[in-house]
Design a protein around this ligand. Structure first.
Ligand SMILES: [Mg+2]
Length: 251
């Protein structure tokens, strides 16, 4: 019987297509907060641009390592490392304070997919539990701010996992297993929904879950048919019928 549904976050529940190519300016604004905090309270940083460059380089190498090892990068560690490279004595730094100064929240232009709230409502009415498993390198408490802004947090009172907290990136099984443990459900009782064939679909299938590929804007190729989701859809309006097929009587 169906007991739970696990969701990826980005481009599965929230739609980044309206964000455009504004990542660099957004990131500079977030880094400015850290720069100001550290310069005022810890150690004068002379050159913002050099700090920003150090941060970008450190982030890139953390993600390169993460992609090959599936050990998750962590924004807090990256920030501290970039600050250390920029000449700040690292033993004077508090990771949590630096992350708070980074002041992450919902990005301009990002919205909840309009078919998400009705789906969550229907699943909730039928006693289905939910969780989120995201490959974010921010700790989950930072992504929670967005969930709150998007009025999604109430649907996910527990079982929200970011890769940074879990220590592993999808498709590593450890992050899926943590989520299942939190929900208290078996893989057979849990469906995974995500937009990334490798991280979401192959990862969740490997631990024994049925998977739904959320097809939105450009989706990575299916690796010549090696990765085949159990179902693919453009709209969550189709999902209840799919679940009827897999778990007759769930609603
Ligand atoms: Mg995604």
């Amino acid at each position: 019987m169906l007991k739970a549904v696990l969701f990826d976050l980005d481009d599965t529940l929230i739609d980044w297509s309206g964000f455009g190519r504004r990542w660099e300016s957004r990131e500079r604004a977030l880094l400015q907060g850290v720069y100001d905090y550290v310069t005022t309270n810890i150690h004068p940083l002379e050159d913002f641009n050099q700090f920003a460059t150090n941060f970008v380089d450190t982030t890139r190498s953390a993600w390169e390592n993460g992609r090959s090892s599936l050990r998750a990068p962590h924004l807090g560690r990256v920030l501290l490392q970039a600050l250390e490279i920029s000449g700040v004595p690292v033993d004077h730094l508090d990771e949590r304070r630096c992350l708070e100064a980074y002041n992450w929240d919902a990005a301009e232009g990002v919205v909840v997919f309009p078919d998400v709230p009705p789906l969550l409502q229907l699943l909730r009415e039928n006693g289905i539990r939910f969780g989120i498993v995201t490959n974010a390198y921010q700790p989950m408490w930072m992504r929670d701010r967005e969930l709150k802004t998007f009025e999604l947090l109430d649907y996910f009172p527990e079982c929200r996992f970011s890769a940074a907290d879990a220590g592993y990136l999808k498709p590593h099984p450890a992050i899926f297993e943590k989520a299942l443990q939190c929900l208290g459900t078996s893989p057979e009782e849990t469906v995974f929904i995500g937009d990334n064939p490798v991280a979401d679909i192959a990862g969740a299938q490997a631990v024994g879950m049925l998977t739904v590929l959320r097809v939105t804007h450009p989706t990575p190729p299916m690796l010549s048919g090696l990765i085949v989701p159990d179902h693919a859809l453009n709209s969550y309006d189709e999902l209840p019928d799919v679940l009827d097929n897999w778990y007759p009587g769930w609603r």
